[in-house]
Design a protein around this ligand. Structure first.
Ligand code: SAH
Length: 240
């Protein structure tokens, strides 16, 4: 796949100007030259072939040659609501969820959460999504919702979604028994807890709100591993 760059505004015109981080990447990391071709995407589901027309110090003007809709989304809409880990593990989680094809990530505030997501940390996560989408070829960005209290998540999600609450236990179903065997249009939402786990009260509240408890195997996974495992189980399952 050719080099891909993300446009914040929709690519409509014959010419488009890249600036900011994307122009920096093109100019100073890739050392692009006038006349070279790249791929642009703009979160519309389309991708565009474009040729570098001219270069300024911090901006690049490109001529859009052609555009086509290319769908590299997963066959099922998966939302991961997760109590984010800290530091690099947060970045890893967001990057892998984007690559795997997760539709939406909701940073979850729980009793034992360690990272407190705010506006600027969410913006940072959005940058990781863009970097991963450039690399993996997605033409739609994984959505990052504003951080949400777990009680609000329980209230807002309805039975239109398959609601799965990941909690280690010996007596609950392995997730494979619950996820659809056939390709399905029903979106799936997983709740994944922090390193300290969900509290007993959170577990009970999930059940009262109609969430199904699932395990992800006999081993205790770190939060980010649990999120990836859950996403893969849902996304790959219809193709079994
Ligand atoms: N000591 C905690 C472990 C937390 S692991 C506890 O016993 O609950 C972090 C989160 O990852 C958990 O809250 C859960 O959502 C998910 N998770 C990790 N391993 C899991 C497993 N084997 N089955 C289901 N969920 C798991």
């Amino acid at each position: 796949m050719s080099l891909r760059f993300f446009c914040q505004s929709f690519v409509r015109n014959d010419f488009i100007t890249l600036d900011g981080v994307e122009a920096h990447h093109l100019l100073h990391v890739m050392r692009a030259k006038v006349g070279e071709e790249v791929i642009l995407f703009d979160n519309s589901g389309f991708e565009y072939a474009a040729k570098i027309d001219s270069i300024q110090r911090t901006t690049v003007k490109l001529e859009v040659i052609s555009g086509q809709e290319v769908n590299r989304e997963a066959p099922i809409k998966v939302t991961i609501a997760v109590a984010l880990p800290k530091g690099d593990r947060q970045r890893w989680l967001v990057e892998k969820c984007t690559e795997i094809g997760v539709h939406r990530l909701i940073p979850l505030k729980t009793a034992r959460s360690v990272a407190e997501p705010n506006h600027s940390s969410i913006q940072r996560l959005q940058r990781f999504v863009i970097e991963a989408a450039k690399q993996c070829g997605r033409n739609r960005l994984m959505e990052i919702s504003p951080a949400q209290e777990i009680s609000a998540l329980f209230k807002m999600t309805t039975a239109e979604n398959q609601r799965l609450f990941a909690h280690p236990s010996h007596d609950t179903h392995p997730s494979g028994d619950i996820l659809p065997r056939q390709a399905s249009d029903q979106p799936v939402i997983f709740a994944i807890g922090p390193e300290g786990g969900f509290t007993e009260q959170e577990v009970q509240s999930a059940e009262q709100h109609g969430w199904q408890r699932v395990t992800l195997g006999n081993r205790i996974l770190r939060t980010e591993t649990a999120a990836i495992t859950a996403a893969l189980a849902a996304i790959l399952n219809p193709h079994d």
